[in-house]
Ligand binder design. Structure first.
Ligand SMILES: [Zn+2]
Length: 73
């Protein structure tokens, strides 16, 4: 897959990414599988991973300001 911004090759890697679930809650998902551009800061999350992310975020208790969850494939 090519980067939509610069056209360089995207490669599979894992990264820790923050997701804002409510106005006050940020969830950090650790070791999330993503496609990262070799040339710029652009990254993509594949649909299958994103679907799982949605399910993980749906289980998060909105009472905490910061939650750190390890993504398990
Ligand atoms: Zn790029």
């Amino acid at each position: 897959m090519k980067c939509t911004v610069c056209g360089a090759e995207m490669r599979s890697t894992r990264s820790d990414l923050p997701f804002k679930t409510t106005e006050h809650t940020i969830v950090i998902l650790k070791s999330l599988p993503i496609l990262q551009c070799e040339n710029c800061a652009q990254y993509l999350i594949e649909d299958a991973v994103l679907g799982r992310v949605d399910r993980i975020l749906a289980t998060v208790d909105g009472a905490a300001e910061l939650e750190v969850i390890r993504y398990a494939a």
